[in-house]
Write a protein that binds this ligand. Sequence first.
Ligand SMILES: [Zn+2]
Length: 224
Amino acid sequence: MPLFEEERMTVSNRIHLAPQTGCAVLIARGEHLRITDPQGEQVSDLTSFAREDPAEWLSSGRTIDYANTIYLTTGHVLYSNRSRPMWTIVEDTVGRHDFLLTPCSPETFTILYKTTGHHPSCFENLAGALRRHGIAPDTIPTTWNVFMNVDVLPSGELKILPPRSKPGDHVLLRAEMDLIVGVTACSAELSNNGRFKPIDVEILPPAPAKEPPAGSVRAAPASA
Ligand SMILES: [Zn+2]
């Protein structure tokens, strides 16, 4: 997969996603992705594909299997459909996100919300941004919906509540492989407490290796 010049420039900067938009970025193994909700109560749908073979994608099912919870937070690993780690959640200042529901799509609005006419959607925004990386719309899987607050009632019914995120809340993910990433500022009224807000996306360099404490002695090699 060629690396586009402007995308390498992009990765050193914060991308400010306007309300109801999305983008695609390339990230290298070891780099970090920070998704920030600058105003609060705004969802961001995230998906990713392996750069070496985009038939490997972020899998809700595998991730929930191995985490044994639907609520992923700090320390959890997000897995691909091939059961390889794609991301590790390094920081999470909110602790409530959704991995059950698909990205909102044109059909979400016509079938579920009875909207007439065109309505912006995460699916269209992801499809448009990912198309240039060779990702076909039909291969976009269930997204990890950062800051989306979905309760499961005892009956099994799902209830979409306002996000718990406050202004400045964020998640920080470490990429565990080279990835093509799609990310949005979600377009669905119900998921965002009725008001559309921006999302900030940053790619940060790998964490520097920790220096040994002053005065400590390095372990001697096993053989001299
Ligand atoms: Zn959405």
